[in-house]
Design a protein around this ligand. Structure first.
Ligand code: ZN
Length: 183
């Protein structure tokens, strides 16, 4: 079984064709998928797309403490996996509502973060809070917190994408402030 980025364990490779239930060969075909021995259709393991927001409340960034593995107990931005057919910006807003109770309107794209060996592609959005608050720890969260840029618990963030997303969010707001000029 050749190694595949993002698949740390051999048993995570698909064994059966979703179309016909036929067995898949152990080896990945040259096009990066597994060709079904019965019907010939290829099976691909595509990247997972996740979308997150960086909500600001009174100059502070809202983070959620993860209540589920992986990285349970570490801080992350509100967000989660996009459903098939769902716009990433809508998924980010939906997850933000589910996790914090905040009604967010996503705005500027802050970045798209992906890492060699990881199957997840993470999209970060700046957002405006329309309603709700104070934020609550809801779905899959054990806590919620608001942090000024200098209070962010950089050592306790769940994923590299959270680091990159927050840095991009802070830099974006600083650019906006500068563009607005002195009050
Ligand atoms: Zn098949």
């Amino acid at each position: 079984m050749p190694g595949l980025p993002g698949l740390p364990h051999q048993f995570e490779a698909p064994r059966f064709c979703a179309a016909c239930g036929g067995s898949l060969p152990a080896a990945i075909a040259r096009h990066g998928g597994w060709d079904c021995g019965a019907c010939g259709r290829p099976t691909f393991l595509d990247p997972k797309v996740a979308a997150c927001t960086v909500p600001w409340l009174e100059g502070k960034i809202v983070l959620v403490k993860r209540g589920i593995e992986p990285r349970r107990g570490f801080w992350a931005s509100p967000g989660g996996y996009c459903c098939r057919g769902e716009r990433p910006a809508d998924a980010a807003a939906r997850e933000t509502l589910e996790e914090t109770g905040l009604v967010a309107r996503t705005g500027e794209l802050l970045g798209v973060f992906a890492y060699e060996g990881s199957p997840v592609v993470v999209i970060y959005y700046d957002c405006e809070i329309l309603r709700g608050g104070p934020p609550a720890a809801l779905d899959e969260c054990m806590d919620v917190g608001c942090f000024s840029p200098r209070e962010i618990p950089w050592e306790e963030l769940a994923f590299p994408s959270v680091h990159e997303g927050l840095r991009a969010a802070i830099a974006f707001r600083e650019r906006c402030e500068r563009a607005r000029g002195p009050a």
